[in-house]
Design a protein around this ligand. Structure first.
Ligand code: ADP
Length: 624
C-alpha cells in the first residue's frame, strides 16, 4: 500500500523533532498523555447525555506499558478514539501551527526551542521513536484503524480488529547512539518520574504495572523475606493545579502549567490564584503574560478563559468571563455550580456565569492594584505591554468598565518625569487648580517641546503627556476623575490665567490682518496667554482635537474630519513684532511673515504642511 506523505509544514517539524537536543525529548510523554486525557474528556462529556457509552466515570483511565526488551512504550486510553478521517486530518498535519509560525516569523530563537517550550503535540514522539503505531477505534464506529509511520517518509493507514473504543499509541524507542541515549525512557522509574513532573494534575488515573519488593506474609519481622510483586499503580495525584492550595504550589509549577497550557515560551508576569465561596463557588487561576502575544491586536486573538465544571472542561475560550479591559488575562475557572451539559447558547445567559464574571472583574482589578502598590517597576513593565488594552477598556461597552480601570492607568507626568496614576496627580494638585491638564501629541518627547507647555513648565503645573492614539479617546471616555474634569492644553480653551502684559491686547488690526492673510486655514487668530519663548502655536477649538484629526485621517480619510484651527500669537516675540512693523511698511512682507509663522505652528503641532515647497520658497526668499 502506498504511503501518504505528510503535509509540507509537518515535514519540516518532523525534521526538527528528529534532530532535537536531548533535554527536550522527555516532553513527548506529556504530549501523548495530554492527548489521551483530551480524548477521554470528549467521551466523558458524551457519556453525560448518552447511556450507550457504558463507561462509568471512574473507569476512564490511561495506562502505560513498557517492554524494555522490545524497546516499546505503549500508552492506551479509553477515550473517544479516531476514525480514518480523524487519523488523516489530525495526525497528517501539525496542530499547533500558530505557535510554530510565530517562531518562524519572528525568527529570533533557534527552531529547537519551540519543542521544549510549546510542545508540539503528537509529533514530539518522533524525538524518541523510530516508528509510531496508533491503533484506534472511535466511539460510535464499527471499524478500527491502525496508523503507522516511521517519520519523514509518510504514514500508512490500515483496517484492524480492536474490540474496545479508544486509542493505543505504540512508540518504538530508538536505539542508543554515541551521541544520544534513549534507553532511559524504557525504565519504569523514569516514566513514573516524568508523569509526576509533567502530568500530575491529569484528572484521570495514569497507571502502570510496577514491581515492588513486598514482605512475605507471615515472615519473621526480625529476619524478613521478600517477594517481588507487580501492581497496577496510579502514578499521578489527579488534582488539577487550580484545585490545590496556593501555598502548596511552587512558582515553577504555576509557570510550567501556564506555558504548557497557553503555549507561551515565557513565564507569566503575574499569577492570580483564587478560591471563592459564596453565591457561586469557584476556583480561578489566572495569568498575566509577560509580553503582548504576537497576534494580540488581530482578529485571530481570542480572549477568554477555560471554563471547567467540577474538573471537566466545558469551554475552551469563554469570552464572557473576561471584560474587554482585561482581555490579556489567560487562565482557568472551575466551578461546581455550573451545569455540565449546559449548551453554549444557554451558557451566555447563565446567571451563575454572570456572577463569576462580575467577581472576576473585581478580583483582577484588585490584584492589579496590589501589583501597582507592591511592585511599581513590575507593574510599569506590565503597563508598557498591556496599558493600551486597559485604556481601551475605558471606552469599551460605552464606558461600563470605567470604574474598574481608572486607577490602573498610568500617564507620563511632565513634572515628575515618570509614569503616574490619576490618583497621584489629583493628590498633588494645588487648591487653585481646577482641572487635570493633559497634552496630546505624537510622543512624550514631542509633547514636551510643544509651545503650549511653556506656561505650565514656568508655573510648575503638572501635565499628563499623552503620546498614544488611544489616550484622548480614553480620557474622553473617562470624562472626569474624582470630580475633576480633564483639559487638553493643546486645545484653545486652556490658557494661563494672567494675560501677557507686554502684549498689546487692544490691537485688533493685527489679528484681523493675519486672519485675512491666512483665510480659511484658520478659524481665528488670537493673542496668546500661554506662549513664552515661541512666537506662535496652533490650538484646536471645539470637539475635534489635532490628535483626533490625525487618527481620523488614517482611519477614515474619506470623512475629512478636521480640527478647527486657532492661531495663537505671542505679541512680545520679535518675529511677531517684525510682522506688525511691516503691516504698514511692507504689506507683502508682512503677509509672507504671517504665512511662515502659521506654517511653523502647523509643523510644531505635528500636522501635515499643506504646501511644503511654497513654505521652503518663502523661507529662502527671506534669507536673500
Ligand atoms: P493537539 O493535541 O495540540 O491538537 P496533536 O498533534 O497532539 O495536537 O494531536 C492532534 C490531534 O490528534 C488531536 O487534536 C486529536 O484530535 C487527535 N488525537 C491525538 N491523540 C489522540 C488520542 N489519544 N485519542 C483521540 N484523538 C487523538
Amino acid at each position: 500500500m502506498a504511503k501518504t506523505e505528510f503535509k509540507s509544514e509537518s515535514k519540516r517539524l518532523l525534521d526538527l523533532m528528529i534532530n532535537s537536543i536531548y533535554t527536550h525529548k522527555e516532553i513527548f510523554l506529556r504530549e501523548i498523555i495530554s492527548n489521551a486525557s483530551d480524548a477521554i474528556d470528549k467521551l466523558y462529556y458524551i457519556s453525560l447525555t448518552d447511556d450507550n457509552v457504558g463507561i462509568a466515570k471512574d473507569e476512564f483511565k490511561i495506562n502505560i506499558e513498557v517492554d524494555k526488551d522490545a524497546r516499546i512504550i505503549t500508552v492506551s486510553d479509553n477515550g473517544i478514539g479516531m476514525d480514518k478521517d480523524d487519523l488523516d486530518n489530525n495526525l497528517g498535519t501539525i496542530a499547533n501551527s500558530g505557535s510554530f509560525k510565530f517562531k518562524q516569523e519572528n525568527g529570533k530563537t533557534d527552531d529547537v526551542d519551540i519543542i521544549g517550550q510549546f510542545g508540539v503535540g503528537f509529533y514530539s514522539a518522533f524525538m524518541v521513536a523510530d516508528e509510531i503505531t496508533v491503533q484506534t477505534k472511535k466511539y460510535g464506529c464499527d471499524q478500527a484503524y491502525q496508523w503507522q509511520s516511521s517519520g519523514a517518509d509518510g504514514y500508512e493507514i490500515t483496517e484492524i480488529d480492536k474490540d474496545t473504543v479508544g486509542t493505543k499509541i505504540i512508540i518504538k524507542v530508538k536505539e542508543d547512539t554515541d551521541q544520544e541515549k534513549y534507553s532511559e525512557f524504557l525504565e519504569k522509574y523514569k516514566i513514573s518520574a516524568l508523569v509526576s513532573k509533567y502530568s500530575d494534575y491529569i484528572r484521570y488515573p495514569i497507571t502502570m504495572d510496577m514491581e515492588h519488593r513486598k514482605m512475605r506474609e507471615g515472615s519473621d519481622l526480625e529476619n524478613p523475606e521478600y517477594d517481588m510483586v507487580t501492581e497496577n499503580e496510579v502514578l499521578n495525584s489527579m488534582v488539577p493545579i487550580w484545585q490545590r492550595s496556593k501555598k502548596d504550589v511552587t512558582d515553577e509549577e504555576y509557570n510550567d502549567f501556564y506555558k504548557q497550557k497557553f503555549l507561551d515560551f515565557e513565564d507569566p508576569a503575574r499569577v492570580f490564584a483564587n478560591s471563592v465561596e459564596g453565591v457561586v463557588t469557584y476556583k480561578s487561576l489566572l495569568f498575566v503574560p509577560a509580553r503582548v502575544p504576537y497576534n494580540y491586536f488581530t482578529k485571530e486573538y481570542k480572549k477568554g478563559l477555560q471554563l471547567y465544571s467540577s474538573g471537566v472542561l466545558i469551554m475552551e475560550n469563554c469570552s464572557d468571563l473576561i471584560p474587554e479591559q482585561f482581555a490579556f488575562v489567560k487562565g482557568v475557572v472551575d466551578s461546581q455550580d455550573l451545569s455540565l451539559n449546559i449548551s453554549r447558547e444557554m451558557l451566555q445567559h447563565d446567571r451563575q456565569l454572570k456572577t463569576i464574571a462580575n467577581t472576576l472583574e473585581k478580583k483582577i482589578k484588585n490584584e492589579l492594584l496590589n501589583w501597582l502598590k507592591e511592585d511599581r517597576e513590575g507593574y510599569e513593565k506590565f503597563f508598557s505591554q498591556f496599558g493600551k488594552q486597559l485604556k481601551y477598556g475605558l471606552v469599551a461597552d460605552y464606558g461600563a468598565h470605567k470604574e474598574s480601570v481608572k486607577d490602573l492607568i498610568l500617564f507620563y507626568s511632565s513634572t515628575e518625569k515618570k509614569m503616574v496614576t490619576l490618583k497621584e496627580y489629583v493628590e498633588r494638585m494645588s487648591d487653585e487648580q481646577e482641572d487635570i491638564y493633559f497634552a496630546t501629541g505624537e510622543s512624550v518627547d514631542a509633547i514636551d517641546k510643544l509651545p503650549q507647555m511653556e506656561y505650565f513648565r514656568e508655573k510648575g503645573i503638572e501635565v499628563l503627556c499623552c503620546g498614544e492614539e488611544i489616550d484622548e479617546f480614553a480620557i474622553k471616555g473617562l470624562n472626569d476623575y474624582g470630580k475633576k474634569t480633564f483639559k487638553n492644553i493643546v486645545n484653545e480653551d486652556v490658557a494661563g490665567e494672567e494675560k501677557d502684559s507686554s502684549a498689546d491686547q487692544g490691537d485688533d488690526e493685527v489679528l484681523k490682518f493675519i486672519k485675512e492673510t491666512l483665510g480659511e486655514r484658520v478659524s481665528e487668530v488670537v493673542f496668546s496667554k500661554k506662549l513664552r519663548s515661541h512666537p506662535v502655536c496652533l490650538t484646536a477649538k471645539g470637539e475635534v482635537s489635532f490628535e483626533m484629526e490625525k487618527y481620523m485621517a488614517a482611519a477614515q480619510p474619506e470623512a475629512h474630519i478636521k480640527a478647527e484651527r486657532v492661531l495663537e500669537i505671542n505679541a512680545a516675540h520679535p518675529a511677531v513684532t517684525a510682522l506688525i512693523a511691516n503691516m504698514t511698511a511692507d504689506k507683502e512682507k508682512a503677509e509672507k511673515y504671517a504665512k511662515v509663522l502659521y506654517t511653523q505652528a502647523v509643523i510644531i503641532a505635528g500636522l501635515p504642511v499643506e504646501d511644503p515647497s511654497d513654505y521652503a520658497d518663502m523661507v529662502c526668499s527671506m534669507m536673500v
